[in-house]
Write a protein of this length. Structure first.
Length: 273
């Protein structure tokens, strides 16, 4: 169990997260959803230790993250960040292999088993044959899958994902969604921040909605309603059945509302009626 209790984060004097509490269990996919600026990415970064919390506690099993260094934390948590950008000309294999670094001793170097795992994870994300490609030459989708391969190579019990399919085409989005399900089946903790409500409905067991830096709703994905989505995103939604296997799709009801863009005056969408 990954446990977050009363977590608060402030950046540049502004409160971004306010007393956020949640638990993410192993064997399940937990999705973080909410409007832009609600704190989803900030929450993942605070768990990783990339940004400092101003209050609260983060723990995995009996390990308080405040008591361990970043390398030890990396043995527990791996992360795929959104907007992957490469600045150094590593090969794909070299970059993915870095996922093994948290498991090395002070004077160790990568061994045959590390290389074997890196190659297996490259193949798993559909990049077999890309091992010697320079990462700075990759497309956005290839870069995203390379980052996922590195996180898989890290082989940690907690996987954090920030918009893991944002740069992917439909086929590769489906591959990544299947990998996410496999990670949960391997009894890992999977916590992902997503904007795509339908992806969350398709591959998540649990939905945690953030709004204005706080937990607005924590629920089983099967219990989602259009009313909950309306309250979170401030537009009406319909939940519709898809196919014969129990899947559902969430559709914003654009033709039932009169919305217009108000520009700089309001900074967003307003009800025209």
């Amino acid at each position: 169990m990954l446990s977050v209790k009363n977590l608060s984060v402030a950046l540049s004097g502004s409160a971004i997260l306010k007393d956020v509490s949640l638990d993410a269990g192993s064997g399940r996919v937990t999705a973080l959803l909410g409007p832009n600026g609600s704190g989803k990415s900030t929450l993942l970064k605070a768990i990783l230790g990339v940004i400092k919390k101003t209050g609260g506690k983060i723990a995995f099993k009996d390990t308080d993250f405040a008591s361990i260094d970043l390398k030890a934390r990396a043995r527990i948590c791996s992360c795929v960040h959104q907007n992957v950008l490469f600045s150094s000309p590593y090969t794909v294999l070299e970059y993915v292999l870095m996922g093994r670094y948290p498991h090395l001793g002070s004077f160790d170097y990568y061994g045959l088993s590390d290389y074997r795992m890196a190659r297996e994870m490259i193949k798993r994300v559909g990049l077999a044959g890309f091992e010697e490609r320079i990462v700075t030459t990759l497309s956005g989708g290839e870069a995203a899958r390379t980052a996922i391969a590195q996180a898989l190579t890290q082989d940690s019990p907690v996987m954090l994902l920030d918009e893991p399919t944002a740069a992917l085409d439909p086929r590769h989005s489906m591959i990544v969604s299947e990998i996410i399900g496999e990670l949960a089946a391997e009894k890992r903790v999977v916590l992902m921040a997503v904007h795509d409500v339908n992806m969350a409905l398709d591959c998540s067991d649990r939905l945690i909605f953030l709004k204005n830096g706080a937990v607005y709703k924590d629920m089983d994905s099967r219990d989602i309603t259009g009313g909950i989505l309306r309250d979170v995103y401030d537009i009406p939604w319909e939940i519709l059945p898809v196919g014969n296997d129990g899947r559902r799709a969430a559709i914003p009801v654009r033709n039932l509302i009169g919305l217009k863009y108000a520009g700089e005056k309001t900074g967003g969408l307003i009800d025209a009626h």
